[in-house]
Design a protein around this ligand. Structure first.
Ligand code: WT7
Length: 643
């Protein structure tokens, strides 16, 4: 086992913004005097066209929280215009293509011009403040321009991850009632082409309200064209002005909708607003990554996830940072790619997911050790609990024992990081997200909602609002209240379990609800089940997670077939591609377990607790099985546990 030279690491961050000395003081102030604290931060970090009347109002019971009430600002003014006097020629975005050897530099001036052009194109298509625009794009600079162009004119973007199927895209377009889709002809990832325009065409067969599809030419592939609806972006962009005044937005005007999975029903459209979201994304980026002017920062996420929103686009650009956007995957053309990109662009701060670290770790350390990585100063992780082995490898092999790791806990709904070490202040512990960010009050409650004091374990809740909090579930406010604010009244319920140690540090242990985390992708078991039962051969399906060496969690599906169906390898392959078609490749089951019956209570409820134990190979702790309608089901299930 390696020893962490934590002291030496902290020493190298002596001049960090947040140090051991000021963390306690600032945190206490943020808790004791939140209005004054946040007002000060909002003034320091953002440019406001006009000030707010009230810092905070509302409560969890109604779910009507509002921050910086009456304040006016524009996100793109903060992310672009205000930097122009000093940073017009500084790099805003470094784009690294899927194919090594291809990259682009976009300065703040260029970013301004691109964003304004796209904003003008949107305006020409009739897009107005408050309209919803769907963005279904590969990781190319135009994805950033598209998001910012919406923010420029006050349209609400809804980015849908390019790996989602036409079916998933359709659902999201309809739910948010989008009138315009921005996409590309094809995406390029790991040397493969992704038919984004073709997927969009399929989705739009059922979306009559989409009147324009703006297509970016990425790859030049052959695509179908619907006259009167489809528009080549480059043709229109050439004809519009490269300036566009930023719309004046209220702090509580919506900025974006982003869909995420829960334990029940369809994905929810998490809605974030302008002022509070931007403030917390900006502040957390600066302080947690200790971003210093001139540094190159790289987050490997996709803009289709919240990490891409807050920590590729909004947080870095609001700080005038240089943010790297990578089109490809960490293993293409070889598992050395990330470190080669780090060396090529002199990346100082690198932020990725534990699943990527584990995948690269499995390929051996030569891919890392043949690169220099001397520019690296700080490492970060996000998305799932990091196992100590992966943490140690990241720290010692990738970071050469020089770079602190910030293990950042947050969610789509929290908008920004809520629990994380500060590199210059915290004592790092492999696997612990350590302490709350300013103004954040985490707590643990038992299953009866009683607070757990001191060291212990429980359900992770947040006991008061924070600026980048979810405001509503788009089109269904009650669903937000039911999901987050009714399980433990008075608290925001995260859906995660956690442990708090003697030092008050938090260790997130994973979801306590029916939500899976597969390779850092969040997915409801119910979504995968619904896809499976759509297939004619499937009578019933129950999906649970099980520990997976690389993905963190794998998808284990128990399936009972229709009475006349014989399971076969062909049928299994068909089911897997069926789920891929319904949701996307990330939802493809790893294990299919055929069973004539699922374990049910006498009232007909599937006993998922037991299925989880079987999938996890925990046969001796099955718990109470006496309520099972047919106890013999159990033995057969255990006997047939699939690997
Ligand atoms: C869920 C949220 C927010 C960015 C990406 C995921 C898990 C996230 C950590 C971490 C342990 C983590 C939680 C959370 N999670 N970060 N550092 N340690 N677990 O966003 O898709 O909304 O998923 O990801 O289970 O609830 P998301």
């Amino acid at each position: 086992m390696f020893k962490i030279k934590n002291h030496a690491v902290k020493e190298s961050f002596k001049t960090a913004y947040i140090t051991e000395q000021n963390y306690q003081e600032l945190y206490q102030e943020s808790i004791n005097n939140p209005d004054a604290f946040w007002a000060e931060q909002a003034k320091v970090h953002l440019h406001w066209f006009s000030p707010w009347e009230k810092v905070y109002q509302g409560d969890f019971a109604q779910g009507d929280v509002a921050w910086f009430v009456g304040g006016k600002l524009n996100v793109t003014y903060n992310c672009i215009d205000r930097h122009l006097p000093t940073k017009a020629n500084q790099t805003a975005i470094i784009w690294e293509a899927d194919e090594p050897g291809q990259s682009l530099i976009i300065t703040y001036q260029m970013l301004h011009d691109h964003v304004c052009r796209m904003a003008n194109v949107l305006k020409e298509q009739g897009v107005k403040k408050g309209d919803r625009v769907c963005i279904y794009m590969p990781m190319i600079p135009e994805a950033a321009y598209a998001m910012l162009a919406c923010a420029r004119i006050g349209a609400i973007h809804s980015v849908v991850f390019g790996g989602f199927s036409p079916e998933s895209l359709k659902e999201r377009i309809l739910d948010a009632d989008c009138s315009v889709v921005i996409t590309a002809d094809e995406g390029v990832r790991g040397g493969k082409f992704i038919p984004l325009k073709q997927n969009t065409d399929a989705a739009l067969e059922h979306c009559p309200d989409v009147h324009s599809v703006i297509v970016i030419k990425r790859n030049g592939g052959n695509i179908a064209w619907k006259a009167g609806r489809d528009i080549w972006y480059h043709e229109l962009a050439a004809k519009v002005a490269s300036s566009c005044p930023p719309e004046t937005m209220d702090a509580e005007d919506p900025l974006f909708i982003l869909y995420t999975s829960g334990s029940t029903g369809k994905p929810k459209g998490v809605l974030h607003t302008t002022g509070g979201y931007l403030l917390q994304a900006t502040m957390s980026f600066k302080y947690i990554f200790d971003y210093q002017p001139g540094e190159v920062y790289w987050c490997t996420a996709d803009v289709g996830w919240v990490t891409g929103h807050s920590y590729i686009i909004y947080g870095p650009l609001a700080n005038g940072a240089t943010t790297l956007m990578f089109e490809g995957v960490p293993t293409y053309p070889t598992p050395a790619r990330c470190w080669e990109v780090v060396d090529k662009h002199n990346v100082n701060i690198f932020y990725t997911a534990p699943t990527a670290i584990r995948a690269l770790m499995a390929q051996g350390r030569e891919f890392v050790s043949n690169t220099s990585r001397k520019s690296l100063r700080l490492l970060g992780t996000v998305g799932e609990p990091i196992n100590p082995e992966a943490w140690e490898w990241y720290y010692h092999v990738v970071g050469d024992g020089r770079c602190p790791i910030v293990d950042t806990w947050w969610q789509t709904e929290t908008g920004a990081i809520l629990i994380s070490p500060f590199p210059g202040a915290s004592t790092l512990k492999p696997g612990s997200a350590t302490k709350p960010f300013f103004g954040v009050k985490p707590a643990l409650v038992d299953n009866n909602g009683q607070l757990v004091e001191g060291p212990g374990s429980g359900n992770l809740v947040i006991t008061g609002s924070w600026p980048s909090q979810i405001r509503t579930v788009y089109g269904n406010h009650q669903r937000m209240l039911d999901t987050y604010f009714s399980t433990y009244p008075g608290y925001y319920f995260t859906g995660d379990g956690a442990r708090r140690d003697e030092d008050g540090d938090y260790w997130i242990t994973g979801r306590v609800d029916d939500v899976l985390n597969v390779s850092g992708h969040r997915m409801g078991t119910a979504e995968v089940e619904s896809a499976l039962v759509l297939h004619d051969a499937v009578a019933e399906a129950a999906v649970v997670g099980y520990p997976h060496e690389i993905k963190g969690q794998g998808i284990y599906a128990f399936i009972s077939p229709m009475h006349d169906i014989e399971p076969s390898p062909q049928l299994e392959a068909e089911l897997r591609s069926f789920v891929t078609k319904e949701i996307g490749p990330i939802a493809k089951p790893d294990i299919l377990h055929w069973t004539p019956a699922l374990p049910k209570t006498r009232s007909g409820k599937i006993m998922r607790r037991i299925l989880r134990k079987i999938a996890c190979n925990e046969f001796d702790s099955l718990g109470d099985t006496t309520t099972l309608a047919d106890p013999s089901v159990m033995e057969t299930l255990i006997k047939n546990r699939q690997t």
